[in-house]
Design a protein around this ligand. Structure first.
Ligand SMILES: [Ca+2]
Ligand SMILES: [Ca+2]
Length: 287
């Protein structure tokens, strides 16, 4: 993942798709894996042990990952190997410190061959630098419940300003997606809010980054497409739930990594690669 700070307002843009392809993939990695890098007790993480045992093929091929590999800050490697009825249906194991305790967690989509996808959080167990305890699954949301149903992460940031990061996901982005915000609280993933009407992935595409997060004053904003992937919404997480506002409509479907920067008057300027009209810019309020 990549955080970049733009302008005096210190807007941070969170991009789920790391600039990972500059890295040579380690032996045994998922062929289209993106390597994630951490700043605390984890140096990097990636998905490995390619397997065809699921056969869903939502992310461009039917090859998913059978394990998660992480390297500690002092260079020790750990691997969590899934049971045979599970795969990581994702391209990236996102390293992030969810609660701000300076210990990294790893966020990844994990799918059951029978019950579809869930969101999982992993982390090192025991001594964080030696890797002696290996990796453990800290928490997992319920599976969607049906085989071949998937979810796509949309951003990880403190969206409601309470000091703890939320994980935004779109559940079933191809058949009418529901945006959900989850937070890790005392070792459990807790659903904070949900709202129907979003899509951040086109079926069969390797691109998972059809969203952008902007870190504003005290809370972060999420920008992502509606179900048609042409309408673009600004989303706030509040105590009253999810508030969404359409900031514009694209001439064709969003098809690539959405990025955000600060424009004139403190507005947010989104750059959205589209299916047939190149990169289109949309402007939205930053509050
Ligand atoms: Ca943490
Ligand atoms: Ca929060």
């Amino acid at each position: 993942m990549r955080f970049s700070r733009l302008g005096a307002a210190a807007f941070a843009v969170f991009a789920l798709q790391a600039s990972a392809f500059a890295d040579q993939l380690p032996e045994g990695a998922l062929p289209d894996a993106a390597i994630s890098r951490g700043k605390n007790n984890l140096k990097k993480a990636w998905l490995a042990r390619p397997t065809t045992r699921y056969g869903h093929g939502i992310l461009g091929d039917a090859i998913e990952a059978g394990s998660l590999v992480a390297v500690t800050s002092c260079g020790h490697k750990m691997e969590f190997i899934l049971d045979k009825d599970l795969v990581f249906e994702d391209r990236q194991a996102r390293i992030v410190d969810l609660e701000g305790d300076h210990y990294d967690e790893v966020v990844v989509v994990e799918s059951s061959l029978d019950h579809g996808a869930a969101l999982s959080v992993y982390g090192p167990k025991g001594a964080t630098c030696s890797a002696a305890g290996g990796l453990t699954r800290i928490a997992r949301t319920p599976f969607i419940g049906t085989r071949n149903r998937w979810l796509n992460p949309a951003g990880i940031a403190d969206y409601d300003g309470d000091g703890i990061k939320e994980i935004a996901i779109v559940v079933t982005p191809h058949i009418g997606g529901t945006l959900q915000f989850w937070a890790l609280r005392e070792g459990r993933l807790v659903l904070k809010a949900k709202k129907f009407g979003f899509s951040n992935h086109a079926i069969g595409s390797r691109e998972q980054g059809l969203s952008a997060t902007v870190d504003g004053a005290g809370h972060s904003l999420l920008f992502l497409p509606g179900v048609d992937r042409r309408s673009i919404f600004r989303v706030k997480l509040t105590l009253e739930g999810i508030k969404s506002h359409q900031i514009g409509t694209l001439p064709s479907e969003a098809a690539g990594q959405i990025t955000a920067k600060t424009g004139s008057g403190g507005k947010v300027v989104l750059s959205v690669p589209t299916q047939a009209h190149g990169v289109v810019e949309l402007t939205g309020a930053a509050n």
